[in-house]
Design a protein around this ligand. Structure first.
Ligand SMILES: [Fe+2]
Length: 412
């Protein structure tokens, strides 16, 4: 892990950083392997293009950059300090990072939606684009996990295939990172998560969008998406067996009660188990044709129950739940003052006292006010001021997306 220090805030001669954080203009003075095993000049070199950055990524995981010889300003080094995302005080991040992450989210969701259309009309999707999208997701997640979680939580959960895929990708990478997977493993995990539900493209829309209870026959049709997904991925010819395995096995349960093969825990890959957990979390917290989205606490309760029943992996489940905590960024919460707010910044080590944007006053009238609950612990009457409960956006008629620009402006 590197120093987590922004260049412009501290006098440093050199700083270690993960290759996913390389920016054009940085001068690399040390690498994590012998120079002679690489094509790079011994005296160091500046990365001047995306191509040269990609070349470094092929050879190294970490590098040191010479701060004085780097022609960049306001560059974030490695992962941001916990909780600094969207933190007005710290200013340890760039607006560019947020806009880049949002661009990655949009491009990834659009790509998956395009894949759906292409497969539906008998065309072959360009898998190379999926690999690029996975690469971007990994880089952004390593650079700024809190921001990616914020984007997932804040975006509307309207059931779009691309959004579901992106959400699962982010949550999977969150777990993968906590498991200290290598960069290559994270890349494979990302692409597996992005494509795990592609088989649903073959399910008739009237079944996918049915608002009433499914018949046994319709359930059986839906369950075929696992095998269909595997077949689609295998037929691409350029994806790994592991990716096909995740599509085939993400609805299996550790106790053998899942589908389509009724496999048990030791027969399932780690990636299958990870995507199995996050797919359930995302489904529970997403709006479905037949039910509204459930809130985060309800999702935690259900996941814990499934882990207890040995249907999903307990350790992976607790990694996800522990990291997200009670109020992950993007959560809709009611304060003890009866005000309603959106969580915009939350330190994983102190999720109980996040920075929030108050969007309804105590009379439920619209307002816009940032409050740091870590600093303001009592209200104007001297009473404890904290989060009282967590809700779904629909409970208060709130559309979190409409506040996205405001939150961006507040941190610029
Ligand atoms: Fe699925």
């Amino acid at each position: 892990m590197s120093d987590n220090i922004p260049i412009n805030n501290r006098k440093l001669e050199k700083v270690k950083l993960h290759v996913s954080d390389l920016k054009k203009g940085m001068f690399i003075c040390e690498i994590d392997r012998p120079w002679l095993e690489t094509p790079f000049p011994l005296q160091g070199f500046a990365v001047e293009s995306e191509e040269s950055i990609n070349e470094v990524i092929q050879y190294c995981e970490y590098v040191h950059i010479d701060v004085d010889r780097s022609k960049v300003e306001n560059v974030i080094i490695d992962q941001l300090p916990s909780g600094s995302i969207l933190n007005k005080k710290g200013k340890t991040f760039l607006l560019d990072d947020i806009e880049n992450a949002e661009t990655i989210r949009k491009q990834t969701t659009n790509l998956v939606n395009t894949f759906w259309d292409e497969i539906r009309y008998g065309m072959s999707p360009d898998i190379h684009l999926a690999k690029e999208a996975a690469h971007e997701c990994v880089a952004s997640m390593l650079r700024n996990p809190e921001l990616m979680i914020f984007l997932v939580q804040l975006r509307s959960k309207d059931g779009l295939r691309g959004q579901e895929a992106f959400n699962c990708c982010v949550y999977s990478l969150l777990i993968g990172n906590l498991l200290n997977l290598t960069h290559k493993q994270l890349q494979n995990l990302a692409i597996s998560a992005l494509l795990h539900d592609m088989g649903k493209v073959l399910i008739p829309e009237d079944i996918l969008n049915k608002t009433s209870k499914l018949t046994d026959e319709e359930h059986a049709i839906i369950q075929k998406h696992s095998q269909a997904g595997r077949d689609i991925i295998m037929s691409s010819g350029s994806l790994s067996l592991g990716t096909a395995d995740v599509a085939y096995g993400h609805h299996e349960n550790l106790d053998g009660s899942g589908y389509p093969r009724g496999l048990q825990g030791d027969q399932l890959s780690m990636f299958c188990k990870i995507v199995g957990v996050v797919d359930k979390y995302d489904a529970i917290t997403s709006t479905m044709p037949f039910r509204p989205a459930k809130d985060h606490f309800r999702a935690i309760y259900i996941l814990n129950h499934l882990a207890k029943e040995k249907k999903i992996d307990e350790r992976l489940c607790s990694l996800l739940i522990s990291y997200l905590g009670g109020y992950p960024p993007g959560s809709i919460v009611e304060l003890t003052s009866k005000e309603v707010a959106i969580v915009v910044n939350s330190d994983p080590l102190n999720r109980q006292h996040p920075q929030v944007l108050v969007v309804r006053d105590n009379h439920r009238e619209p307002c816009q006010r940032f409050v740091d609950l870590g600093e303001k612990t009592v209200d104007d009457q001297g009473r404890p001021y904290r989060i009282a409960s967590v809700h779904r956006p629909s409970d208060f008629g709130i559309e979190p997306n409409q506040y996205f620009s405001l939150i961006l402006q507040s941190i610029g």
